[in-house]
Design a protein around this ligand. Structure first.
Ligand code: SAM
Length: 294
C-alpha cells in the first residue's frame, strides 16, 4: 500500500466519499477518522498481532478497518448502513482477512458469529470508533453476551469514557462504571481532538482500553440483583443510600427491616451516598440482601 493513499488520508477520504456520492447520516453517529497517526496509535494500544482476531463496530469507509486488517489475523466488521456496503467492498478489496457483516451489532448473535466466522482460536479484541448515540448499549451487549472478549479498545465521547473509568467518590462514578468495571479493568488511554474527524463532532473523544479480568471484580450471589442495586443506589444522586433504597425496594416495615439488616451486615452507613460505595461494598450489600430474602 502506498503510505499516502491509505483510506484515512484526508484527500483519499474525500475522493472515496465523492466517488460513491456518500453523505453523512448524523442519526447513525457517522464521524469518520481522517488522521492516520491516530489510527496507528489505536492499533498499537490494542496490541494487535497476527495472533489476534478483531471485531470492529461501524467500519464507515474502512479507515480503521484497513489498519486492523494489516495487523490482525482476521477482522469482522459490523456495519448497519447499506450505503456503506459497496463502498467497503471497494476500499477493503485488498484485504482478504477482513469480512464486513451488514448487520446491526446490537441484534447480532455474537457467540454464534464468532464460532462460525473466526477460523483460528486466537484472543478476540473489540476495536472501534463507536457510533456515539449507542456507546453504552454496545458496550453492554459485548460484556453481557458472555463471549470471551480479551480486550476492548474503543473510542467514545470523553465524558462517557470518564464515567466508565471513574473511581468511587468521584462525580463521574455511577452504575455504568460498576457495570463495566465488574467485568473489565478500565483505563483511559488517550484523548482525541474533534479536529481529526469528518464531520467534526461537538465534543472531544477518548480511547478507552478495557482488559477482561480473569473473573469478575467481586463475587456476587445474584448478578442481576447486584446490577439492579447499583442502579437503585444512583437513582437520585443527591439522596442518601437509604432514601434511594427505600424508593426502589419499598417503604413498608418489612422491607425497611430487610434493608436495615443488610446494611448492618455489610457495615454500610445508610446515610452515605451511593457514589461513595466501592464495588466490594456494593457486592457485600447485594449479597446480604440476597441471603436474607424471605
Ligand atoms: N470506523 C469509521 C471511522 O473511524 O472512520 C466510522 C466510525 S463512525 C463513528 C460509526 C459507524 O458505525 C458508522 O459507519 C455507522 O454507520 C456505524 N453504525 C451506527 N450504528 C450501528 C449499528 N447499530 N451497528 C453497526 N454499525 C453501526
Amino acid at each position: 500500500m502506498n503510505e499516502n493513499r491509505e483510506i484515512a488520508n484526508p484527500t483519499r477520504t474525500k475522493e472515496i466519499l465523492k466517488k460513491h456520492g456518500f453523505t453523512f447520516k448524523k442519526s447513525l453517529g457517522q464521524n469518520f477518522l481522517t488522521e492516520p497517526n491516530i489510527l496507528r496509535k489505536i492499533v498499537a494500544t490494542a496490541d494487535i498481532t497476527k495472533e489476534t482476531n478483531v471485531i470492529e463496530v461501524g467500519p464507515g469507509i474502512g479507515a480503521l478497518t484497513e489498519h486492523l486488517g494489516q495487523s490482525a489475523n482476521q477482522v469482522l466488521a459490523f456495519e448497519i448502513d447499506d450505503r456503506l456496503i459497496p463502498v467497503l467492498a471497494d476500499t477493503l478489496s485488498p484485504y482478504p482477512n477482513i469480512k464486513v457483516l451488514h448487520q446491526d451489532v446490537l441484534t447480532a448473535d455474537l457467540a454464534q458469529i464468532i464460532k462460525t466466522e473466526f477460523t483460528q482460536e486466537y484472543p478476540i479484541k473489540v476495536v472501534a470508533n463507536l457510533p456515539y448515540y449507542i456507546t453504552t448499549p454496545i458496550m453492554m451487549h459485548f460484556l453481557e453476551s458472555g463471549v470471551p472478549i480479551a480486550e476492548m479498545v474503543v473510542m467514545m465521547q470523553k465524558e462517557v469514557a470518564d464515567r466508565i473509568s471513574a473511581k468511587p467518590g468521584t462525580k463521574a462514578y455511577g452504575s455504568l462504571s460498576i457495570a463495566v468495571q465488574y467485568y473489565m479493568e478500565a483505563k483511559l488511554a488517550f484523548i482525541v481532538p474533534k479536529t481529526v474527524f469528518v464531520p467534526q463532532p461537538n465534543v472531544d473523544s477518548a480511547i478507552l482500553k478495557l482488559t477482561r479480568r480473569e473473573k469478575p471484580a467481586v463475587e456476587v450471589v445474584n448478578e442481576k440483583e447486584f446490577f439492579k442495586l447499583t442502579k437503585a443506589a444512583f437513582q437520585l444522586r443527591r439522596k442518601t443510600l437509604w432514601n434511594n433504597l427505600q424508593n426502589f425496594y419499598g417503604k413498608d416495615e418489612a422491607t425497611k427491616r430487610w434493608l436495615t439488616q443488610a446494611l448492618e451486615v455489610a457495615s454500610i452507613e445508610p446515610s452515605r451516598r451511593g457514589e461513595t460505595l466501592s464495588l466490594a461494598e456494593f457486592a457485600a450489600l447485594s449479597n446480604a440482601l440476597e441471603n436474607s430474602r424471605s
